[in-house]
Design a protein around this ligand. Structure first.
Ligand code: CA
Length: 532
């Protein structure tokens, strides 16, 4: 019976003839249910008991402080799952991370946290709660791209929600979700923005003559590159105001110091927040440790390894320590929800001075190595110390969770699919469990894999002829007669397909793909000119 059903589903899936007419019932193996009145949102596993515990904890804190809680995200660029000590890296791979390790130890370590495969998709997904294929922000917006519409105009960004809920909202650091007028952080919901729009390498390569002499030492080529118009300078913007130049970037030394400069801004804002008494949402978004990494003056040679990437890890860790210490000094720590993560897996094309993941694949792919990222939830007095969970957490869940913590869940639109889940009770209840049992991974405009419980199925795979060149020298192919299925408990490195050894789950995941795809039929993806 199962086998017959399975082979039919697999056949339909492989040949792209999925019938949507049966979309309605949930996937077998799932306990998740749509929330009443929010049927367009991702279904959740009901956890009423822990929801009450979390609500009571929040109410008690509110009574004590008289204020809404603050929200602080640390978003590190391209840090690998295995880089921080709390995930087995740290000092053992030449770059100790005592500050992050302490926060992980005194908070909740989430060992199954998932990002999107690259920067722009993750950064947009966590601020919209939506899979990038829905919003059109499927890949980095590059100089020369002709956008057909501003993807933000009909999105409800988290900072817009939190502003309505009375918060000060600030983004410090890297943006990378569009630098055209109308798409910049202070135009899409943040009160203030202080940072660099582009990624480290996009800025630094026009100054790095040792690595790119053919560009930097050739005036014609350099001029042509600069004519493409990518932003390279440190800028400031305030809601309703104009972009201001803070500092022109004149060399790689500016990139080396960038995170120190950004840190000073966040420290200054925290002092101001303490003065104003207004609740705040601060997204501190590092430039490091995206390639190419230059150590700052303060951190050169500070890692045991002495290599720039590793010095960068030590620096990022120290900055997190300093910012958290400032919160404590200002008396804000106990009223601040903190989350530490990376926007995607390590970029291994820059190997050997690059990140580390114990999993297969790297940034750019849907493999565990590309999308399974470090995750730490810390909240002094609110999240029990020493907790660890392997249950699923999607970084998009930060959208709903942060809105709920701010008492603003009702401001999330119900007229469209929302892929994030409010995971507050998973994080706050001492024995809280995840309300999510599946992760959908899209690479640009394609649904590439689905994880349901410990089973992960691929409809396309990224493969490389060189283990380190997953971006530069890789091919993406559709799987053959059957999708590739792995059991991540038995085979966390996804080394051998076991679809026919564990065949029932192939059918279950194929059914989930069908269920998920149906929501895209009901709500067609937005085309903003980046490809659909
Ligand atoms: Ca990134």
């Amino acid at each position: 019976m199962y086998t017959k059903k399975k082979s039919r589903l697999v056949f339909l899936l492989v040949f792209g003839m999925i019938s949507f007419s049966t979309f309605a019932q949930e996937t077998p193996l799932s306990m998740a249910k749509p929330i009443e009145g929010k049927e367009n949102w991702q279904a959740e596993i009901p956890r009423p008991k822990q929801d009450l515990i979390a609500a009571d904890k929040l109410a008690a804190l509110r009574k004590k402080t008289g204020k809404k809680p603050n929200i602080l995200w640390f978003l590190i660029d391209d840090m690998g799952y295995g880089d921080p000590g709390f995930n087995g890296g740290g000092a053992s791979i030449g770059a100790a991370t005592p500050h992050m390790d302490r926060l992980a130890k005194e908070g909740l370590k989430l060992t199954s946290t998932y990002s999107q495969p690259t920067c722009t998709p993750t950064r947009s997904a966590i601020l919209t709660g939506r899979i990038p294929a829905r919003t059109g922000l499927t890949r980095p917006i590059l100089a020369g791209d002709k956008l057909t519409k501003n993807p933000w105009t009909d999105e409800m960004s988290l900072p817009a929600i939190l502003s309505q809920a009375g918060y000060s909202t600030v983004l410090t650091g890297k943006w990378h979700i569009g630098e055209l007028e109308g798409m910049r952080p202070f135009e899409v919901g943040f009160d203030e923005y202080y940072g660099y729009y582009a990624a480290e390498k996009e800025i630094s390569q026009s100054f790095d003559k040792r690595r790119y002499p053919d560009l930097v030492l050739d005036p014609f080529k350099l001029n042509a590159y600069q004519q493409m118009g990518a932003s390279k300078d440190l800028v400031y913007g305030k809601k309703g105001g104009k972009e201001e130049l803070v500092k022109e970037t004149t060399g790689t030394q500016d990139m080396a110091q960038a995170d120190q400069v950004l840190k000073e801004f966040s420290l200054k804002k925290i002092k101001e927040f303490a003065q104003s008494g207004k609740p705040f949402f601060l997204e501190h978004s590092f430039m490091k440790v995206h390639t190419d990494v230059w150590a700052s003056k303060e951190f050169e040679g500070k890692s045991a390894s002495k290599y720039p990437y590793k010095d960068g890890i030590v620096e990022v860790d120290a900055i997190i320590g300093e910012i958290v210490a400032e919160l404590e000094k200002q008396g804000l720590l106990e009223n601040t929800f903190i989350f530490i993560t990376s926007d995607n897996g390590p970029q291994m094309d820059a190997w050997p001075d690059s990140g580390f993941t114990p999993f297969r694949g790297t940034k750019g792919s849907a493999w565990e190595g590309g999308t399974r990222v470090p995750g730490v939830a810390y909240w002094k007095g609110m999240i029990g110390p020493g907790r660890e969970s392997a249950e699923l957490f999607d970084l998009m869940d930060l959208y709903n969770t942060s809105a709920y913590i701010a008492g603003a869940l009702d401001l999330i639109p119900t007229d469209r699919p929302i892929d994030g889940i409010n995971q507050t009770s998973f994080l706050l209840a001492d024995d809280g469990q995840s309300k999510r049992d599946r992760i959908h991974t899209w690479v640009e405009t394609q649904l590439v894999s689905i994880r349901l419980h410990e089973y992960k199925m691929y409809f396309q795979v990224t493969e490389s002829q060189d283990p380190h060149l997953m971006i530069d020298q890789s091919t993406v192919t559709k799987t053959g007669l059957a999708p590739w299925l792995f059991n991540l408990y038995l085979d966390p490195k996804e080394s051998r397909v076991m679809g026919h050894a564990l065949s029932p789950w192939t059918a279950v995941l194929a059914a989930e793909a069908k269920y998920h795809a149906a929501s895209f039929r009901k709500f067609p993806p937005k085309d903003v000119g980046l490809g659909q």
